[in-house]
Design a protein. Sequence first.
Length: 166
Amino acid sequence: MKISWIMLLLTLVIYIVTAFFNSDVALASLQKSFEIIKSIAPIIVIVLFLMAIFTTLVKPKKMVKHIGDDSGLKGWMIAVFGGVLSHGSTYIWYPILSQMRNEGAREGLIVAFFYARAIKLPWIPVMIAYFGLTFTLLLSLYILVGAVVQGIIADKFVKVDLIKKL
């Protein structure tokens, strides 16, 4: 049984047990859950739409010219915001980014892409609800800056030639 189904069943059991002992708490919890789902549903739809467009229109070979050695600021913007907008499991991106890397994409930009994936757009409303707007914006800004810093470090210390020789 997949872990997602186990988590769903576990959540349902917790709701049922809670309802058995205190129906008011269970009802309040369900209402809060539905509020969260309503607030993130539009963002999830937008992200899925953008990802569908991205995967349909953007091919790794074409993308490499924008994230190669001479990409400059444009490359950093593509890597960081691409990471933020990317959706799904990280392992899905491995073959795509590996192909881009083999075609000449900069190491630092790939690192920045992965680092920027820490920002999950569908969860921003939930994060704001729990931590507030200021905290959420500051953390997101720190993650974006960290993505660039990690990318710069990777560009300095990780060389594709060295890795290919191993």
